[in-house]
Design a protein around this ligand. Structure first.
Ligand SMILES: Cc1cc2nc3c(=O)[nH]c(=O)nc-3n(C[C@H](O)[C@H](O)[C@H](O)COP(=O)(O)OP(=O)(O)OC[C@H]3O[C@@H](n4cnc5c(N)ncnc54)[C@H](O)[C@@H]3O)c2cc1C
Length: 458
């Protein structure tokens, strides 16, 4: 039995920083990784996908060369092996960075293998048993593989196996029209694949407002991506050397015949093989570990951080989990998950930046609110760049004048949204933005103009 002050299971976006915090405070810490250092974001999520989104954007701009005043001689041809090599280089750099960082920490023991609880304060891996008063679970999640008919008869891709693809699928059929499916869909369309997105719901990214779903749909359809909605009973079968995805859509023939299928239908927490029952740790029906507002599980001395607690599904929510736990343990600063304001981006081009409530949520809340919306075509910077798709939408509380939520679907939307987000954290009225002098020409400079058009919800 090896004794530590803390054990951390998983090297996602919270674990390594926690390890460094414990080690820096002179505490002994063991951190355990069963696969690749850095977890999803570094190896199969944000970093590789955004690197490939950048390649796809470059291809897209090159194809539009004539609009900008240059001619690319001949066709723009994509070499998927080089796209993959660039992605591997960027992702590999982060992966090595996390491992080197952890191995270089004094007081930190790095172990590789699959960790399982033996009791609330003991964890087994390989032939060892580790003991600590504090255990932090940062095991993340994996792509969900639903039990749809035919799933065992065909080969399919997930966000993880997509990382090994170094060729151009002729026709990529993506099951799932949400964030992951849309990002892969647009990038592969730009690389040159035919792409069909099959979505069970009545619209893409169903958790967003309808105008956002519609705006994103128009952007991807303009690039030749086919969308099949209301695919209630999806099944898969081998056909003609490819894969037939049966959709039962409202319109169009019921089967889509593709060369490859990517499943992008959500994530499942990696909690089924952790021995949680031996430690008595409670999960919800979907396997997420139940935590309180400071991320403690029902068992004293055990915390769950990152995607596996169901309180966020992003790199920034996982890192924020680390900050909350560390500040509570080391600084007596009683930060809570409920202090956070929802914020995220969809990395289509143009991207969607989101913060706070949707207008549907605001309507349901019953409060008096104002809304303003403006198309990106009015924004000088967007016009100059030749990237005028999308819109900006901001909702504010009619009484307090505080911003309740916003969606910026347009060039720079993932960055511009932070202007609004920070004003929300400051609990300042929106009028503050109207009094500030902004830089011209930027997308952000248009926010005061949007805000000058606020009117009551229809
Ligand atoms: C395609 C895709 C794109 C994404 N893009 C974005 C984006 O642009 N922005 C964003 O904010 N988020 C994005 N995300 C989400 C983001 O990747 C995750 O929210 C983020 O990685 C946080 O993960 P985590 O810290 O919970 O753990 P993970 O990063 O999932 O890491 C968990 C680690 O634990 C290890 N592990 C699991 N079980 C055990 C065990 N029993 N023993 C030892 N080790 C174990 C795993 O091997 C893994 O390394 C994306 C996700 C996907 C799939």
């Amino acid at each position: 039995m090896k004794d530590f002050d803390a054990i951390i299971i998983g090297t996602g976006q919270a674990g390594p920083s926690l390890a460094a915090r414990f080690a820096g405070a002179g505490k002994t810490v063991a951190i355990i990784e069963r696969h690749k250092f850095g977890g999803t974001c570094v190896n199969t999520g944000c970093i590789p996908t955004k690197t490939m989104v950048a390649s796809a954007y470059a291809v897209h701009v090159a194809r539009r060369g004539a609009e900008y005043g240059f001619a690319a001689n001949g066709d723009v041809r994509v070499d998927m092996r080089r796209v993959k090599a660039r992605k591997d280089e960027v992702s590999g750099r982060s992966n090595r960075g996390v491992e080197d960082w952890l191995r270089g920490l004094k007081n930190c023991t790095v172990l590789q293998g699959h960790a399982r609880f033996q009791s609330p304060n003991t964890v087994a891996l390989n032939d060892e048993v580790l003991e600590a008063d504090k255990v932090f679970i940062n095991v993340g999640g994996r792509a969900s593989v639903p039990e749809m008919p035919g799933i065992d008869d065909v080969s399919f891709l997930t966000n993880s196996s997509m990382m090994d693809v170094d060729f151009l699928p002729k026709h990529l059929v993506i099951v799932g029209g949400s964030y992951v499916g849309l990002e892969f869909g647009q990038m592969y369309r730009r690389f040159g694949s035919e792409v069909t997105i099959v979505e069970m719901g009545p619209r893409l990214i169903g958790r967003e407002d309808e105008d956002v779903s519609q705006g994103v749909r128009e952007i991807v359809e303009n690039e030749g991506i086919r969308i099949r909605l209301n695919a209630k009973c999806i099944s898969l079968a081998k056909r003609d050397g490819g894969i037939a995805v049966h959709t039962e859509c409202d319109d169009g023939p019921p089967d889509v015949l593709g060369s490859h299928v990517l499943l992008a239908v959500g994530r499942t927490p990696n909690t089924h093989d952790l021995g949680l029952d031996r430690a008595g740790i409670a999960t919800d029906q979907r396997g997420y570990i139940i935590v309180d507002d400071q991320l403690q599980t029902n068992v004293p001395g055990i915390w769950a951080v990152g995607d596996c607690n169901g309180r966020g599904a992003f790199t920034h929510t996982s890192y924020s989990d680390y900050e909350i736990v560390a500040d509570n343990l080391f600084n007596a600063d009683h930060r809570r998950v409920s202090d956070r304001i929802q914020a995220y981006a969809l990395y289509t081009d143009p991207p969607l930046g989101r913060c706070g409530m949707t207008d549907a949520e605001i309507r349901r809340s019953g409060r008096a609110a104002l809304i303003a919306k403006n198309p990106m075509i009015r924004v000088s910077r967007a016009f100059e760049k030749g990237e005028t798709q999308g819109f900006m939408k901001i909702c504010v509380d009619a009484e307090t004048k505080q911003i309740l939520g916003a969606a910026i679907l347009g060039t720079g939307g993932d960055e511009v949204i932070h202007v609004l987000l920070d004003v929300m954290y400051a609990k300042a009225p929106y009028t503050l933005i109207q009094r500030a002098m902004h830089i011209h020409p930027t997308v952000s400079e248009y926010l005061p103009t949007v805000l000058s058009k606020l009117e009551p919800f229809a």
